[in-house]
Design a protein around this ligand. Structure first.
Ligand code: M6R
Length: 612
């Protein structure tokens, strides 16, 4: 999705803006641009293509301004092109704007502006914004120092949809104005500068102190200060938060790709997720969470709502909560949940899982749940992200910045956090203490077991080399292993572009087995001892029809005729996804490498899906 960067300070802005845009490249984009305030007014440079090409264009220009805004565009309205890329400027060239989000009523607003004499050079929804600001600016008869802010606020009040905006104006040549609604934007501060970005890692090397804006809060940024205003333009006091992520955590540190680095970081990220929340005696303490026994007993249902990989972590969470806490739990995809009028009330707890905390559908589902009276709990990796500011409770995964589009360490941290949450619920309900004690021991062993699971890398790489040219690859599993099959299949299609499906193994005979023919690749996950025999039978059925198989297990399978087998350390089947997903992550990674693809930035995908 679109990425925003901004700088205001004493240094030349353009190299900082380019550096920030490069760090946001992982979000996915098709064009890039910057605008700075120069002696003669606002200068805009933009082009279709990579940030490196924009950098070359910049080399030939004398751009020296110390205030600038920048953007990577992921096309929604209008094709990828130089005209459609941001920043956009109004007809009189007094306001330049970069925008992340979608303006849903832009047709209406464009008609209004056309009738008032404005013209447009692009097909974007964004171009209406600087012109609408100009419209309100020129209508305002007062000439005080809040005139630009008033014009921006009047324009924003007209916008329906989502937006994070950075605005430069020739009327305020030593300031920048920012505002957001349902789209991410953070402000990093030092004593003499402000850095703006769509996400924290892009500017983490400059500062660790961040201001976080709520919806419709305005920031007027200068070199050494930041003033904030609410929707009614009343001044508000805002404290900055210190984000203790290490800047080098957002670097590749010798790995070829962020995804590989993040796969190998999992022993560490799981340790961070566990933190001091669990003790070996089974006791559990989750900071800032104080749900009591009466409340948990009163629940008629728990919903877990998320998208993509986070939803797969939710599926593992459902099994854990139902098994350990006996509370009926349903998992839903946020984009479905928000439009299907779900039956929820004050006796429902809705848990939202989102690595970025900025996923538009998940945020909308959260707002809907609150409006129906449910308590909401966010599980996120990003401190201060939108979802954490909307939810009644937040628990952080603490997996560290995840840069690769394909989520790996965030998934395993989400699964473990769901296990910790289930333990917390069970302890509060005073049930299943033996199960909880044993599970706790197994969770505490996981970091070392992940290190062992990673040792299978050569076998996985070799298997990937054999099958990287396949057209279709199928994944099978039952119970919690089916959840992992779904995640393995998603990972593969995301970064290898190979068609892949995951099936509940018991469903094979109900249709999918018709797809099995000679030499097709089937990957089966079997870690649950209770379901082992059943899944083995299903795998035999595909072998009989000519499939080549890779089996991933933590059980002793005795004699078998699978082509390949990866044996993982044994653990409680409830948390086995954390181990069994590792060969699948490596498999997707090495297939993508073998095909010569851009692992970290797969086509058409974005890291944070901030529009629906
Ligand atoms: O930031 P979120 O966890 O809310 O993102 C949800 C999905 O967009 C995300 O998990 C997506 O499926 C990943 N690219 C999967 O690797």
């Amino acid at each position: 999705m679109c990425g925003i960067v901004g700088y205001i300070g004493n240094k030349k802005a353009s190299p900082i803006l380019i550096n920030g845009l490069t760090r946001l490249e992982y979000r996915g984009y098709d064009s890039a641009g910057i605008a700075t305030i120069e002696k003669n007014g606002i200068v805009v440079l933009k082009n279709k293509g990579r940030v490196s090409e924009l950098e070359k264009i910049l080399d030939g220009e004398s751009i020296n301004g110390t205030i600038g805004i920048a953007h990577t565009r992921w096309a929604t309205h209008g094709k990828p092109s130089t005209e459609n890329s941001h920043p956009h400027i109004d007809n009189k060239k007094n306001f330049a704007v970069v925008h992340n989000g979608i303006i849903e009523n832009y047709h209406e607003l464009k008609d209004f502006l056309l009738k008032n004499g404005y013209t447009f050079y692009s097909q974007t929804d964004t171009e209406i914004i600087p012109n609408l600001i100009d419209y309100y600016y020129s209508k305002d008869v007062l000439n005080d120092d809040k005139k630009v802010l008033r014009a921006i606020a009047s324009a924003c009040a007209e916008l329906k949809g989502s937006f994070a905006l950075e605005i430069l104006s020739t009327y305020l040549p030593d300031k920048m104005i920012v505002v957001r609604k349902d789209s991410p934007l953070v402000i990093g501060r030092t004593n003499s500068e402000n850095y703006i970005s769509s996400d924290i890692p892009a500017i983490l090397s400059y500062t660790k102190d961040f201001y976080l804006l709520n919806d419709y809060e305005y920031g007027i940024l200068s070199k050494g200060s930041a003033e904030f205003f609410d929707q009614n333009l009343k001044p508000i006091k805002k404290d900055f938060v210190n984000i203790d992520w290490n800047a080098s955590a957002a670097e590749k540190e010798g790995f070829d790709d962020f995804m590989l680095k993040e796969i190998y970081e999992q022993p560490k990220s799981i340790r961070e997720t566990i933190g001091s929340r669990l003790s070996s005696d089974g006791s559990c303490n989750i900071e800032d969470l104080n749900l009591n026994k009466e409340y948990l007993q009163s629940l008629n249902k728990i919903y877990i709502v998320a998208c993509g990989t986070a939803m797969h972590a939710g599926l593992a969470g459902k099994t854990m909560i139902e098994k350990i806490c006996n509370i009926p739990t349903e998992v839903d995809i946020a984009s479905e949940f928000r439009y299907r009028d779900p039956i929820i009330d004050e006796k429902t707890l809705v848990i939202f899982i989102s690595q970025s905390g900025e996923t538009a559908d998940t945020i909308a589902a959260l707002k809907l749940s609150k409006s129906k009276g449910a308590k909401t709990l966010a599980i996120s990796n990003v401190i201060g992200s939108s979802i954490t500011r909307e939810a009644d409770y937040t628990v952080y995964t603490h997996a560290g910045p995840e840069i690769a589009v394909a989520s790996t360490k965030a998934y395993t941290s989400q699964v473990i956090l769901m296990a910790i949450l289930a333990i917390y619920f069970a302890n509060t309900l005073q049930i299943n203490s033996d199960l909880v004690k044993n599970l706790t021991k197994d969770i505490l062993n996981l970091p070392l077991q992940i290190e062992d699971a990673l040792k299978n890398v050569d076998a996985i790489r070799n298997f990937a080399k054999r099958v990287y040219n396949e057209k279709d690859i199928f994944f099978l599993g039952r119970g919690i292993d089916y959840n992992v099959a779904l995640e393995g299949s998603l990972k593969l299609k995301e970064i290898s572009y190979i068609h892949s499906e995951a099936y509940a193994a018991g469903e094979l005979k109900h249709g999918p087995i018709a797809l099995i023919e000679n030499d097709v690749t089937v990957i089966a996950i079997m870690t649950d001892p209770i379901l082992l025999e059943k899944t083995i039978s299903n795998v035999q059925e595909v072998i009989t029809r000519g499939a080549k198989t890779l089996v991933i297990t933590n059980q002793n399978l005795g004699d078998h005729d699978f082509d390949n087998m990866i044996t993982l350390p044994n653990t409680n089947s409830l948390i086995s996804p954390v181990l069994s997903v590792i060969p699948l992550q490596l498999f997707a990674y090495y297939i993508s490498k073998q095909k010569g693809l851009d692992v970290d930035k797969p086509r058409n995908l974005a890291k944070s899906v901030t529009v629906e």
